[in-house]
Design a protein around this ligand. Structure first.
Ligand SMILES: [Fe+2]
Ligand SMILES: [Fe+2]
Length: 149
């Protein structure tokens, strides 16, 4: 289990937006749910997907335009790891950082774990009135799920 109570408490303390807002905890929980569903078929790393779900938007400073929130999250997770709020191997940690830094402006990635993270996030776009476009999904399973939305 990658998500400890301590980690969630820390994320909540540091998060500067509305915990119940468009990019807050309920979005993170749905991204986790999407991600774990996807990962069963893509064979992505469950721990990385779960952590991505809860950290990828944690450094947003507004609900609209904030193109740097991905790279900020990639930096922020270094501190969380150093403080032992989660444990990942070095390879997994690099995947997590890459998934965070690229999730705002990249479409796909050859690494299936990173691609799965991005699709998990995109599948939750209906919350803000956007239908995910199957053509812009990073995995075949994600594209199939987007078609079914
Ligand atoms: Fe984001
Ligand atoms: Fe997100």
């Amino acid at each position: 289990m990658a998500l400890s109570k301590e980690l969630i408490a820390r994320l909540r303390k540091d998060f500067c937006l509305d915990w119940h807002g468009d990019h807050g905890a309920s979005h993170w929980a749905r991204v986790k749910q999407n991600g774990l569903l996807l990962a069963q078929e893509t064979n992505a790393d469950f721990e990385v997907v779960e952590l991505f779900a809860f950290v990828h938007d944690s450094c947003r400073v507004n609900e609209w335009e904030d193109p740097d929130h991905g790279p900020r999250a990639a930096e922020y997770v270094e501190r969380l790891r150093f403080e032992k709020l989660f444990t990942l191997g070095d390879g997994q940690f690099r995947q997590l950082q890459r998934a965070c830094s690229g999730h705002t402006h990249e479409t796909t990635n050859a690494d299936i774990t990173i691609a799965t993270c991005w699709d998990a996030d995109r599948l939750d776009l209906p919350r803000v009135g956007i239908t995910p476009d199957p053509r812009y999904m990073a995995t075949d399973v994600g594209a199939k799920m987007a078609r079914e939305k």
